[in-house]
Write a protein that binds this ligand. Sequence first.
Ligand code: ATP
Ligand code: MG
Length: 326
Amino acid sequence: MTHEIAVIPGDGIGQEVTPAAIEVLESFPIDFEFVEAEAGDAVLAETGEALPQETYDLAASADATLFGAVGETAADVILPLRTAVDSFVNIRPAKAYPGVDAVRPETDLVFLRENTEGVYSGLEDRLTQDVSTLTRVVTESASKRLAEFACDYVAGDEHDGFSIVHKANVMRETDGLFRDTVRDVAEEQGVETNEVLMDAFATRVCLDPEQFDVVVCPNLAGDVLSDLAAGLVGGLGLLPSANIGPERAVFEPVHGTAPDIAGEGIANPAAMILSTAMLLEYLGYEAESAAVDDAVEATLEEGPRTADLGGDASTDDVTEAIIDRL
Ligand code: ATP
Ligand code: MG
């Protein structure tokens, strides 16, 4: 079976780490068909469009999309790409690696963030000079879809259920609906859950991240708290993410275009390569996915390392070392 993969390197170091990811995928005897497409600041300057229709259409029809990074045009590219695959959940692991400086080296979390609504539904108004408003939308259907995904995600022996992070004591209707829906689905499926208020979660995860494993949360809370967790594990440079829809998905590193180092061939490819591990798992290649995770982990620990981790290796050196370990 051929898997069509849309490849959107974008701008800055996206152009450098995306080829590294493709090399990793090509090292497996899996039938991938890579189709490259443009998006971002450079194509905006050239054509007047940050996300050309053909790129959108490609992401909407490919089995999966690998996305590097885009600069100023991020909101104009990433949000429509998530829509193209109808992504209802953003998976963001935040895991500390041996050999990488971390505030909390014991951190090993996965955020499952609602990806379509909440305060990011775009319903903002300026009513008067003095007053602006925002409508927060939470639906039972989106909460249910997320909860069902979360239940599948924790199935098996690796996880003991998940934590529901919310603020239903204040936002009684919206987070109340979110909390009740997620809890009911989990109960029906026999999945264990616990509840944590989002403010308390922020403190508790800093003090003792080991008490959490899989964290299910509304859109804004997931955005903020997963960045907080990124800080605990040593910054954004190493973190992958996946935007999952019912039939396709977009995989991207959490970092941006890193304009300060772009073009020098020294970007750390780890986040992008870990995103390919998520892609492999999504397509059902679990052993291959685990092998990529292990190879990245070993390389982070034993080297070679790029400058962000105190080394002097190039993107290519690190990519080679990871492929050698596969
Ligand atoms: P953008 O607007 O595209 O997000 P930015 O200036 O915010 O750009 P980021 O890409 O978010 O930059 O990165 C923040 C910092 O982390 C920069 O100093 C960057 O060099 C560093 N960084 C991010 N990703 C990597 C990477 N893969 N390898 C090495 N350093 C990185
Ligand atoms: Mg940034």
